[in-house]
Design a binder for this molecule. Structure first.
Ligand SMILES: C[S@@+](CC[C@H](N)C(=O)[O-])C[C@H]1O[C@@H](n2cnc3c(N)ncnc32)[C@H](O)[C@@H]1O
Length: 187
């Protein structure tokens, strides 16, 4: 997965990372492996179903002690992540939309909370840290949310952040998009 490759090139063993939408736990597990035994991951989701699946996945891999799972909207991440780590997070990952295989497809991420969460995530990043957002246009509300993320990314100060948008061209349609924001090392 492209987002994993990008994060893997930035996130170092011993660092802290955030999974803003744990869902089925694939990204959480990836981040837990990446930060290693000395690092830590904070994971957010509003659904207990998602947290339970993720907890099970982490336990099966023996990596649950590296992860703090919180049933909390990602828009509150700045309150949940210890202040000592603000500005020191290596990577934050968002994977928007609904929980695949979940019982409630109406529980989706929404621009009203996603955009404040993206703002909060940027403030947590260390210099050189990376934020990734996978946005889907196929479900109701998905296209509007992807547009909101694009508009938000376009407002970022180019002297402080590099913001890019990848459009997948050989996957299901409408194709998901990957937004990548890297904090400049001086900014
Ligand atoms: C596409 S899934 C994430 C998939 C996940 N990254 C994985 O690897 O399996 C999106 C998740 O966002 C969650 N979600 C919806 N609103 C949220 C919010 N405000 N804060 C955090 N998570 C939210 C949903 O419950 C759902 O589990």
């Amino acid at each position: 997965m492209l987002a994993h490759r990008i994060v893997a090139s930035v996130l170092q063993p011993g660092e802290m990372a955030v999974d803003a939408t744990v869902g089925n736990g694939h990204d959480t597990l990836f981040l837990a492996r990446q930060v290693g035994p000395q690092g830590h991951v904070y994971g957010f989701d509003v659904q207990e179903e998602a947290l339970a699946r993720t907890r099970r996945r982490l336990e099966e891999a023996g990596l649950h002690e590296r992860v703090t799972l919180l049933r909390m909207g990602h828009e509150h991440m700045a309150k949940a992540v210890p202040v000592a780590w603000h500005g020191r997070i290596g990577a934050v990952m968002f994977n928007l939309g609904y929980l695949p295989g979940g019982s409630d497809r109406s529980c989706i991420t929404r621009p009203q909370t996603t955009v404040p969460a993206l703002e909060a995530a940027l403030r947590l990043l260390r210099p050189g840290g990376v934020l990734t957002v996978v946005a889907y246009r196929g479900h109701p509300g998905g296209a509007e949310e992807a547009e909101a993320v694009r508009r938000w990314a376009e407002t970022l100060d180019p002297d402080r952040f590099v913001a890019a948008r990848y459009a997948f061209c050989n996957r299901h349609r409408p194709a998901p998009e990957l937004f990548v924001v890297v904090r400049g090392v001086a900014g």
